[in-house]
Design a protein around this ligand. Structure first.
Ligand SMILES: [Zn+2]
Length: 240
C-alpha cells in the first residue's frame, strides 16, 4: 500500500499524519500523552489536513483533557498483583515488605518492590519512579553516543523529566535533550526513536519535509516505532 507520512504543528498541537489509500480522514488521540495521529486519504495534502485539524481543534483538545483526567484518576495503587510495564513488557508487581532500603528488582515477569513495612502508596510509587529513572539513565548514554556520528551532532547534556504532552524535547541552542520518564515503560526501540527524533531537531527545527527526509535516512523504520510508542487510540473518529 502506498503510504507517506508527515508531521504538522497546528494550533500548538503536534500532529502525526499518515497518507493512505482510504476514503475518509481519521483522527486518533492516543494515551498516555494525547498524541494526535491522522490517517488521511492520498488525495489530500498537508494544507487540507491542516484545515481539517483546525476545524476539529476543540474536539481534539477535549479528548486530550479527558485523557489527562483519566490518567490522574487511574493513579496506581502500587499493590501486589497490579500490572506495570517495564521496557514494553507487562510485569506483575509484587510488593515485599521488609526492613532496610527501598529496592526494585525484575524476576522474569515479576517486578519486585522491596519497601519498609507500612510504606505508603506514595513511597512505593516514588521507589518505582526512581528505578525507572535509573533504567533510562543506563540506556540513554549508549543510545545517544551511538547516534552522534550518524547524525553529526553531539548531545552535551540530557535529562529525564515527567512531561504531560511530549515524549521528548530539546533546546536547539544548547543541545540539551529531555526525555519523558514514561519511556521506561515502552520498548527500547521507542526510546531510540525519541533519541533520533530529538537529535534530528538539532539539524532541523520544524517537522517539515526536510525533517521527515532526515528521519527516513537515519532510521527508515521510525514510523513503526512511533506507532508502537503511541499504542492504541483512546478516541478514534472518522470525519467525512
Ligand atoms: Zn519533534
Amino acid at each position: 500500500m502506498n503510504t507517506t507520512s508527515s508531521y504538522l504543528t497546528v494550533g500548538g498541537i503536534d500532529v502525526d499524519v499518515v497518507y493512505k489509500d482510504i476514503k475518509n480522514l481519521h483522527i486518533g488521540v492516543y494515551p498516555p500523552l494525547g498524541r494526535v495521529r491522522i490517517a488521511a486519504p492520498l488525495k489530500l495534502d498537508d494544507d487540507a489536513v491542516r484545515l481539517a485539524v483546525v476545524q476539529r481543534l476543540s474536539w481534539i483538545k477535549k479528548q486530550q483533557h479527558q485523557l489527562q483526567s483519566a490518567e490522574r484518576q487511574s493513579e496506581r495503587e502500587m499493590v501486589t498483583g497490579e500490572s506495570h510495564y517495564v521496557w514494553g513488557v507487562r510485569m506483575r508487581l509484587k510488593v515485599v515488605e521488609r526492613p532496610g532500603r527501598v529496592h526494585v528488582e525484575v524476576d522474569s515477569d515479576r517486578l519486585l518492590l522491596y519497601v519498609p513495612e507500612g510504606a505508603e502508596r506514595g513511597v512505593r510509587a516514588a521507589a518505582l519512579e526512581q528505578w525507572q529513572r535509573q533504567q533510562l539513565r543506563e540506556r540513554i548514554p549508549g543510545s545517544v553516543s551511538s547516534w552522534e556520528p550518524m547524525i553529526g551532532r553531539t548531545v552535551p547534556r540530557w535529562s529525564i523529566r515527567k512531561m504531560k504532552t511530549k515524549w521528548g524535547s530539546c533546546n536547539r541552542e544548547t543541545g540539551h535533550i529531555w526525555f519523558n520518564l514514561e519511556l521506561a515503560k515502552k520498548h527500547p526501540d521507542c526510546l531510540e526513536y525519541i533519541v533520533v527524533h530529538e537529535m534530528t531537531h538539532l539539524l532541523e527545527r520544524s517537522h517539515g519535509e526536510r525533517f521527515t527526509a532526515l528521519m527516513d535516512s537515519f532510521m527508515p523504520d521510525w514510523r513503526a516505532r512511533r506507532d508502537q510508542l503511541n499504542g492504541a487510540p483512546l478516541a478514534d473518529e472518522k470525519w467525512n
